[in-house]
Design a protein around this ligand. Structure first.
Ligand code: G6P
Length: 607
């Protein structure tokens, strides 16, 4: 969702801001804008649509000045028009503001400001902030800013420039992502690291309720009471190439291919001398000791990773595991208390629904373990325990390596917990750890075994609807494979528990329907094959996904996707990879915008 960049340096701010916004495109947006402070005069350009539209305006009308702010907007309050695009200016032209998040009490504030005589030009909630700044400004921006934020309810990351202070940009964070980058003769702030990594690897992770003042050679952080806060400077582990396409046509393809490496990063640091060692593990083990149940909550693909985790934990740890959509958890009277461990899963660590679920579970007395990719994100900070997935930056909106690294962390956690709860013996433990260690190589083989997936996509891309069927973990993977296809190719697809198909949905199977049968769990293979026979009898074409030792499959299916043999418990990450490729090539055949599918945002920071 919305992206923010702020910059103060020696030269033209507009170039650094525009490049930063380009790197934030993946978050999803439908308009953009930039404002700069040129020796005390604010100038701004905005355009609906993609950044190219803004670029055209910038090419015709140069924005000069060493300090400024920029924004990519994902419309919530008001259509994605030029007027609603950020930045917004105060009536006296002194302040320009960009904002990510939602001001929940904006109507009340708007009414109050209208009575004071302020005129509103846009339909956004954001505009109240800039008028409040003008209202409270008596010559000290910090003071006006602090008074303004004290009036706001909701969530926000805000960037501001003021004509009276050329060379200074201001930012505040409250339950929306914002980091500060410390450069050499230049400083920045942005919604995430991808926007600043081209300038510096030194970052300050702001806490909620903090306010930053940046000029080209100084960064000062305050709390919302105005007290200066000393902050630690962290080093970003990855470099600028990680956030670029590196010769691939799309980020999604690059990220699919990066999965063996990403899984290695998630697994290797946590296996020492054949034992799984998790961060903060003594406290985590003690939090897990007397639990009666586990609740997993997440959204989208992270929910599907949780679905995989549920099956593995139940099988190995003999604990009841409930999985609940984060957007639904609060409305379902969940049985969550100090006897439950909650696991929330989120690539971005900023998903508003998941944050709300986390808070709900904590309030009910449950300890919360977060499986998160983005270091220093809100979810990572709010949880009692964090297991990072170390996937590196994921730019394509549709997640691939984000999902498989979440699954890998679930694999590790389930075996670790089973050992702590003594539900598996030493021999089984050792074998399972060996199996997990093979994952990076098996995932590479999963890619190598399937050069024909592109051809397969060309055969089927015109189908109107695709059904994915499977049982247990195969079903969980089917959910993710189906979502991937929908997200990027706009093709209608459904995932069904294979045995459920005959209870109604089989009526939709007709001549030429495409059914992808996931049959990688050896113990369930025969059962799934009987469902394959049912759909074939009704004229469906079947693409089967199974392991490479299975020779029988060629008589059952029209086409076959093979994956390497692996312990069936850990099959999910290997099984999903060729299906990610299948979706990718179908979307390509259909001419879709693969990295930025319509209407989707990478990180959904509104409920
Ligand atoms: C959005 C994205 C999905 C993603 C979901 C959860 O809906 O479009 O691709 O799976 O959010 O995101 P998270 O960052 O919490 O994993």
């Amino acid at each position: 969702m919305c992206g923010i960049v702020g910059f103060s340096g020696k030269e033209k701010a507009v170039d650094a801001i525009y490049t930063g916004l380009k790197h934030l495109e993946y978050r999803g947006y439908d308009s953009a804008g930039i404002a700069v402070n040129n020796n005390g005069s604010l100038r701004m350009l905005k355009a609906s649509g993609n950044l190219e539209n803004l670029k055209q305006k910038l090419d015709n009308d140069k924005l000069e000045g060493p300090c400024g702010i920029g924004h990519t907007r994902w419309a919530t309050h008001g259509a994605p028009t030029d007027v609603n695009a950020h930045p917004h200016l105060s009536s006296d032209g002194k302040f320009a503001i960009v904002h990510n998040g939602i001001i929940e009490n904006y109507l009340e504030l708007k009414e109050e400001l209208i009575k004071e005589g302020y005129k509103f030009l846009s339909e956004t909630d954001t505009e109240v902030i800039v008028h409040l700044l003008e209202h409270y400004y008596k010559g000290d921006v910090k003071e006006a800013f602090l008074k303004t934020v004290s009036r706001l309810e909701g969530s926000y990351a805000i960037g501001v420039i003021c004509s009276d202070n050329p060379g200074v940009a201001y930012a505040a964070k409250y339950f929306a992502p914002l980091i500060v980058g410390i450069g050499d003769g230049e400083n920045l702030f942005a919604s995430d690291v991808t926007a600043i990594i081209g300038h510096t690897k030194n970052v300050i992770y702001l806490e909620d309720g903090e306010f930053a003042e940046i000029s080209k050679d100084k960064v000062t952080i305050y709390d919302f009471k105005g007290n200066e806060v000393k902050k630690e400077i962290s080093k970003v582990e990855w470099d600028v190439e990680s956030a670029e396409k590196g010769g691939y046509e799309h980020f999604m393809l690059k990220e699919i291919m990066e999965q063996p490496k990403a899984i290695k990063s998630a697994i290797e640091p946590r296996i020492k001398n054949g034992r799984i060692v998790l961060e903060n593990e003594e406290e985590l083990a003690s939090a897990c000791k007397n639990i009666e149940r586990i609740v997993i909550s997440a959204c989208g693909s992270a929910f599907h990773a949780g679905y995989v985790g549920r099956y593995i934990i139940e099988e190995l740890c003999k604990k009841s595991v409930k999985i609940e959509y984060a957007s639904e958890l609060r409305y379902s009277s969940p049985v969550i208390n100090e006897k439950a461990l909650t696991i929330v899963v989120s690539q971005s660590g900023e998903t508003a629904d998941t944050i709300a679920a986390l808070k709900e579970c904590k309030a009910r007395g449950s300890k919360v373990l977060a499986i998160v990719n983005v270091v220093g994100s809100t979810i990572a900070k709010l949880a009692d325990f964090v297991l990072y997935t170390y996937a590196g930056p994921e730019i394509a909106v549709a997640t691939t390596k984000g999902y498989t690294t979440q699954v890998a962390v679930f694999d590790l956690f389930a075996v670790w917990l089973a050992d702590k709860l003594k539900t598996i013996d030493e021999k089984i433990y050792n074998n399972l750890v060996d199996d997990i260690m093979q994952l990076p190589e098996r995932i590479q083989r999963s890619i190598d075994l399937n050069p024909n997936v592109e051809k397969l996509a060309r055969k089927y891309y015109k189908n109107d609807v695709v059904f994915f069927i499977g049982r247990n973990l195969d079903y969980a993977v089917g959910l993710e494979a189906s979502l991937k296809l929908k997200e990027i190719s706009y093709l209608h697809s459904e995932a069904y528990a294979a045995g459920e198909l005959k209870h109604g949905t089989i009526a939709l199977i007709e001549d030429g329907s495409l059914v992808v049968a996931l049959a990688c769990r050896e113990d369930l293979y025969a059962k799934t094959m009987s469902n394959v026979k049912e759909v074939k009898a009704r004229g469906a074409n079947v693409v089967a996904v199974t392991d490479e030792d299975n020779k029988d499959i060629f008589t059952e299916a029209s086409d076959v996707i093979l994956i390497p043999k692996i312990n069936s418990l850990f099959v999910a990450a290997c099984e999903v990879v060729p299906l990610q490729l299948f979706s990718y090539y179908i979307a390509k055949e259909r001419g879709c915008d693969i990295d930025k599918p319509k209407n989707l945002a990478k990180s959904v920071t509104v409920e």
